[in-house]
Ligand binder design. Sequence first.
Ligand SMILES: Cc1cc2nc3c(=O)[nH]c(=O)nc-3n(C[C@H](O)[C@H](O)[C@H](O)COP(=O)(O)O)c2cc1C
Length: 215
Amino acid sequence: MARVLILCSSTDGHTRKICERLRAASQDVGHDVSLAMIEDAPPPAPREFALAVIGARIRYGKTDRRVIDYANRHAGALNAMPSAYFSVNIVARKPDKNSPETNPYVNQFLRSVAWRPRLVEVFAGKLDYPRYGVCDRLIIRFIMLLTGGPTAPGTVVEFTDWQRVDAFSARLNRALAPGPDHGLRVANSTAWGTPGGCVPRVPAEEHVEVRAPWP
Ligand SMILES: Cc1cc2nc3c(=O)[nH]c(=O)nc-3n(C[C@H](O)[C@H](O)[C@H](O)COP(=O)(O)O)c2cc1C
């Protein structure tokens, strides 16, 4: 049994739902999982855990500043342990933007932090117009109109590929299993981006903000 930290940034609850699924799968194989929200004051430090996973939603082109600050503040500890990151956004519903290598927000995030997660993923999020306020709904419907997405005001759709979430979860659990190294254990920068590591080749540029458009 290992201690696992899942740190979550979620506004409308969908990233939290993904985190809860990861937690359940990890608990099923006997791990002791702490699921913390980025707004918890303060979120737990990673060094007491065997694995740290950070999942963060995108809103108006941005990852929550607190996630970026956390990743930079704890970069030393995170880089010295198995760690994983995933982003949740609607752009990832597009086949040409749904891998860590091609999703603009993943690249944006990795350029903003000194943390080098061993495993990186991206999941398409949820569209839930009835839940949004008037302005958000209007803006997002307009963006969907421009990008060929659903615009009917009652639309609620999960674009998330849950099998892919489960595959990610299985990789996390394998990394904690005794036996051969599954790609999450090595904590040196040269191993970053190794085959199966699913990590885009983004140079470390601390605090560089790149504004990604909604493609
Ligand atoms: C106000 C608002 C702004 C959003 N901005 C973006 C964006 O810039 N790019 C994107 O790909 N998705 C964007 N999304 C989609 C969210 O990333 C998606 O709905 C995700 O599932 C939200 O996760 P959460 O429920 O954990 O907050 C936005 C959603 C909302 C409601």
